[in-house]
Design a protein around this ligand. Structure first.
Ligand SMILES: [Fe+2]
Length: 371
């Protein structure tokens, strides 16, 4: 059986952002480095997330998170942490922000370069002494607050993970922080979470408890994604979306697949992770279908559908309904890059747990069908 571990203490529920005061005190954080991004600040979500901490003097806000977190941004965050003599990190934002907060925490305790901690190395350097880290998601997508790694674009151009499964001290998941998330981001991040559940369940590794979590997450996400996109203020739908995203990230320790191996490779060029996953999901299901004959009916059942439902068609239509791009061409992906993307996908860790062993030719045809 694949390893099963639950590492992170989680507060979950409407209004749970109030836990930030108590959790900061428990961890001895008096001078935090807040890691966020300009969009989350401009939308007033950062202020809402941290409203109970108004009395904390000396807090420093680092809002330079790029759309895809980079090694340079992690180093810039480290400098802000050191210059201001911070004693803990609080990440407030979407997956990019939370991954960046983790990467900064890795560098705060241990020497650079960040690449030495990347899981692409045969023996990544151990993470020894990170500062206390609290994460507060403001999207329902990556589930980075409970995920096992930080996905970073390194200075060598590779987008890959830094394995840090125990680095988060506490996750505070308050669905009220997602009530104003715009429709497009609700859809794209939601499809990231949904793809985690589908890919995890389809992973050939054995892990029944994780499979159960993946199917529960899929149920919540599929039943609520259209509701949340249609009416962002639907608090119940937002609750289920955030729970589904958390479940998706708890379970992807069982391994992802070609949706994510391609998404990481194209993401290194700056494309949005969730959007890429939404586009790739139906095409990856189609190429994997011959080896998923037992699992596809179980996915259908979790989604409340009849067992013979054509999921490839269903996800293509769902993307349309959610207002997501229909293909990679629409994102501006150049078809002449397919061979390079295919080769990068073969080196990605998610490739190893795709239910079918894909070749470079398979990846090229997958990219063509998704274009
Ligand atoms: Fe993902």
């Amino acid at each position: 059986m694949a390893i099963l571990s639950f590492n992170t203490k989680v507060h979950f529920g409407h209004g749970e952002r109030k836990q930030l005061v108590l959790e900061s005190a428990k961890l001895g954080i008096k001078r935090p480095l807040f890691v966020t991004d300009k969009g989350v600040r401009a939308a007033g979500v950062f202020a809402r997330a941290t409203e109970t901490l108004s009395e904390m003097q000396g807090a420093v806000i680092f809002d330079q998170t790029p759309p895809n977190p980079t090694e340079d941004a992690a180093v810039a965050g480290l400098l802000a942490y050191q210059e201001n003599r911070c004693d803990g990190i609080i990440g407030v934002g979407g997956g990019a922000t939370l991954d960046l907060a983790k990467a900064i925490a890795v560098l705060c305790g241990d020497p650079a370069p960040l690449w030495e901690y990347c899981n692409r190395n045969a023996s990544p350097r151990p993470i020894i002494n990170p500062p206390p880290l609290i994460l507060m998601p403001t999207t329902s997508g990556s589930g980075s607050e409970v995920g096992r790694s930080a996905v970073i674009i390194f200075n060598n151009g590779i987008k890959a993970g830094v394995g840090c499964p125990t680095i988060v001290s506490t996750a505070i998941c308050d669905p009220e922080l997602t009530l104003t998330l715009p429709k497009y981001m609700t859809a794209a991040t939601g499809m990231d979470a949904l793809s985690h559940c589908v890919e995890t369940f389809c992973s050939p590794l054995i892990n029944p408890p994780i499979d159960a979590i993946a199917l529960d997450g899929l149920t919540r996400l599929y039943q609520n994604i259209e509701r949340a996109v249609t009416d962002g203020s639907d608090a119940e739908a937002r609750w289920h979306m955030m729970m589904g995203a958390l479940e998706g990230a708890v379970c992807f320790q069982k391994g992802l697949g070609a949706v994510h191996s391609v998404s990481h490779s194209l993401g290194a060029l700056g494309h949005h992770h969730g959007t890429l996953n939404a586009i790739m999901l139906p095409h990856v299901l189609a190429i994997n279908a011959p080896v998923l004959q037992e699992k596809l009916p179980l996915l259908c059942r979790a989604m409340g559908l009849t067992p013979a439902t054509d999921l490839v068609k269903l996800f293509l239509v769902l993307n349309q309904k959610l207002g997501l791009p229909s293909g990679l061409k629409e994102l501006g992906v150049d078809s002449s890059s397919f061979q390079t993307i295919a080769r990068a996908s073969l080196s990605d860790n998610a490739h190893k747990t795709n239910p079918r062993t894909l070749t470079e030719t398979d990846y090229c045809s997958l990219l063509s069908s998704a274009w």
